[in-house]
Each structure stands twice: as C-alpha cells, then as structure tokens.
Design a protein around this ligand. Structure first.
Ligand SMILES: NC(=O)c1ccc[n+]([C@@H]2O[C@H](COP(=O)([O-])OP(=O)(O)OC[C@H]3O[C@@H](n4cnc5c(N)ncnc54)[C@H](O)[C@@H]3O)[C@@H](O)[C@H]2O)c1
Ligand SMILES: O=P(O)(O)OC[C@H](O)CO
Length: 389
C-alpha cells in the first residue's frame, strides 16, 4: 500500500486565521450531506474529521448500508475507511433532520430537482452549500440561483476548488474556496463563508473564504470544459505547448465570462479558478480530462469509459457555458470547440486547427484589438501536417 504522508501543523499563532479573528464565527454543529457519491462521501469525511455530526443522504440502499455497516463507500471510493460520526440515510427528511447546514453534492443536472425535494424538510435558516460544478442549460443560471428559485429565502454558498474525492477522503492535503454573498453591513469575518470554513477546516483540509459567489461558481463550471479540450488535444497527439496554450487561453475565457457576469478576475486566479483548472487539466484522475483523451484518441462519445455512466460535467456545461456567453455577446473559442467536437461531431483536427487560424489579437481582454491573420490557411495546413492528416 502507498504511504500517505501527513502534514505536521506548525505550532504557534497563525496570522489572519479565521479562528483567531476578534470574534471567531460560530461553527455549524450538524451537517447534512445530500448525495452519497464520491465527493459527497469525501466531504462527509471532512466534516466528521472536523468534529461535526454528519448525516448523509444517498439514493441507493446498498451505498447507505455500506456506509453505516462497513464504514466504507465501496461503490465510489474503494476500501478507504470513513471516519466515525457519519450516519447515512435513504430518507431525505431524516438526513435533513436537525441539520444546521447542508452540502448539496449531486451532479449539476440534479441540483434543481434535489433542492426542490429538500425544501419541505429544511429549516429556513439552514444554509445550502453548492458543491457541484455547473451552469444550468437553457436558463443559464448559476447553481446558486437555481437553489434560490427552488428554496426561496434560503441562505446559499458554494464550495469549490482543486479536490479529487479520493485524495480528500484519504485526508491528503486539500484546499478549497467557500463563497457566500455578504448581507448589508456584514463583513467577511462574520459572514456565512467564514462560519462554514471554520466548521469544515481541520487537519489536511483548509478552506479559504470569499464573497464572490459568481466568480467561484463560474470558474468551477468552466474548468471542466477546458479540461476536456486538453484531453482531446493530448489524445489526438498534440503536445505540451498546446496544453499550456489551452490552459492559459482557457483561463482567459473563464475570466471573460466571470467578469461579464459580475464576478472578479481575482477569484478566477484563485483556487476555484486557476487552482482547479490546473488540477483538472493535468491529472488523469480527472474524469473530464480522461473523457477528452478518449475522444481525442478516436472514441465516440458513447464508447468512452466503456459505456459506463460516468459524470463528466464538462459535456453538458460546454453547451450551457457557450449558450450563456453567446447571449452575453462573448466568444469563447475553446469552449465552442469542445461543444462542436462533443455535441456536433465536428472533426477534431480541423476544429482545434481553427483555434490557431483565428485573427491575431491582443492577449489582454482589456485591449479590444484584432489583427487580420495573414496566413490563416497556411496555419491550418501546418497544424494538420503536424499530426499527419
Ligand atoms: N468526484 C470528485 O472528485 C469531485 C470533486 C469536486 C467536485 N465534484 C463535483 O461534485 C458533483 C458530484 O460529483 P461526484 O463525483 O460525487 O459524482 P458521483 O457520480 O460519484 O456521485 C453522484 C451522486 O449523486 C447521485 N445522483 C446522480 N444523479 C442525480 C440526480 N439527477 N439527482 C440526484 N442525485 C443524483 C448519485 O446517486 C450519486 O450518489 C459534480 O458536480 C462534480 O463536478 C466532484
Ligand atoms: O474528475 P473531474 O474531472 O470531475 O474533476 C473533479 C473535481 O472537479 C476536481 O476538482
């Protein structure tokens, strides 16, 4: 078995730490986790290790029994033992009973239905923390707005960042950003994000706080689309320079959409943006990257993962992100390329080649310049020639 190195926290007073603030915010004691898949179970472990009482809801009785009887979730997380203090339920009402906060950890496609089902069983003051990554198709709503529509008046937050579930459950060092808007007169020190961060941070799990819900959610939704692009490119035979270009220009697309929606560029350069983009685009633990790799190597969409129903958020979000950008008058070339390849069966080499033959432009989006490409067809031919088409 691989050795798991442990962090050794340094003794002494940390600087500007939430638990050292003048009046540290009150912790939430009982946390409901809605969704007993890989990430829901991993976050249940985090909350339990931080000393919270944890009640997790899962749809499948075998999974719930496995958690309660064997302290494992073998279907999603293999043999990794779960800490004490987690109780699992197939009954949503029972899981939400007495919950001070709920983490919503189902795929983005299930957020509306699940928040609607939670509403009758949730106390009005219970914050709902979105841990899924996505933008709703058709409406173009952030998931926090979907929850607000289904659970009016409920406090809402988002938890996002570079976090593979199997590392989180194994208590490997992990950082996230927790974001919640501030009420009038409230500061980050007494806001919801700080209460959640203090309730969940312990040992190897460290949460930073933000009041930029839009930036955090937009970054999380888009990084999966860019990871698919990186996978497709690598799978098709392109190399490291191309990956670096896709990550960097992908980050520019994330910044463009987030700032247009009212989020901050600073947030996109943080854990929930650049941090998660780096993780997802560079590690084959990522489902989005692996999906892209398989497509790039010639698999049809339905052949990926041998036909298993794996959650690849970037598939649906390549459509919701580009629809939203088009409505806002933005062009996101990499996200558009992923959408064309994944949903419209566009030819991979031609589509990626088109990214290189677009008019030349200033790197900064604050400078609105495009320079006609003198050799567009030559550029495309070169790219096709590179991988022998
Ligand atoms: N797995 C990770 O490493 C990880 C890390 C960070 C964020 N996330 C995000 O968390 C979300 C969940 O991912 P996951 O990895 O836990 O997925 P998963 O496939 O492991 O588990 C999903 C869970 O949600 C349930 N579910 C599936 N569809 C549903 C629906 N329509 N309505 C209600 N419940 C449904 C499943 O029964 C399962 O319990 C995704 O948005 C993902 O991007 C995952
Ligand atoms: O496996 P992925 O690609 O869904 O990525 C999981 C997480 O979002 C990584 O932060």
């Amino acid at each position: 078995m691989r050795r798991k190195p442990k962090l050794q926290p340094k003794k002494g007073k940390p600087v500007n730490a939430i638990d050292q603030w003048t009046t540290p915010p009150r912790k939430f004691e009982t946390i409901a986790i809605i969704g007993a898949g890989a990430y829901g179970t991993a976050l249940a472990s985090v909350a339990a290790r931080a000393g919270r009482r944890v009640r997790i809801f899962g749809r499948r009785a075998e999974t719930v029994n496995d958690i309660n009887k064997n302290r494992r979730n073998s279907a999603y997380l293999g043999d990794e033992p779960l800490p004490e203090g987690i109780e699992a339920f197939t009954d949503l009402k029972a899981a939400l009973l007495g919950a001070d906060a709920a983490l919503l950890v189902v795929p983005s496609a299930g957020i509306r239905e699940m928040s609607c089902a939670m509403r009758p069983h949730s106390s009005r003051s219970m914050p709902v923390v979105i841990c899924a990554k996505g933008i709703e198709p058709n409406s173009g709503l952030l998931l926090s707005d979907v929850v607000r529509e289904e659970m009016p008046g409920q406090p809402v937050a988002a938890l996002s960042g570079p976090t593979f579930a199997d590392e989180v459950v194994a208590d490997m060092p992990t950082t996230v950003t927790i974001a919640a808007e501030l009420a009038p007169g409230e500061t980050l020190e007494d806001g919801l994000a700080a209460r959640l961060a203090l309730s969940l941070s312990a040992g190897s799990f460290r949460a930073y706080v933000s009041d930029d819900l839009i930036g955090v959610e937009t970054g999380g939704a888009m990084k999966n689309v860019i990871a698919i692009a990186c996978g497709i490119s690598r799978g098709a035979g392109f190399r490291a320079n191309m990956t670096a270009a896709l990550i960097t220009r992908g980050l520019a697309e994330m910044t463009q959409l987030a700032t247009k929606l009212g989020g901050s560029a600073d947030t996109i350069s943080g854990l929930s943006g650049l941090g998660d983009l780096t993780l997802t685009c560079s590690s084959e633990q990522s489902r989005n990257l692996r999906f892209g790799l398989q497509l790039g190597a010639g698999a049809k969409r339905e052949q990926t993962f041998d036909g298993a129903p794996v959650i690849v958020e970037g598939v649906r979000n390549s459509v919701s992100v580009t629809d939203l950008a088009r409505k806002l008058g933005l062009t996101l070339p990499i996200c558009e390329a992923v959408r064309a390849i994944v949903h419209d069966n566009a030819d991979i080499v031609t589509t990626l080649g088109m990214l290189w033959s677009r008019p030349l432009e200033a790197e900064s989006h604050e400078i609105d310049v495009t320079i006609g490409h003198p050799n567009a067809s030559e550029a495309r031919e070169k790219i096709e020639g590179l991988i022998g088409c």
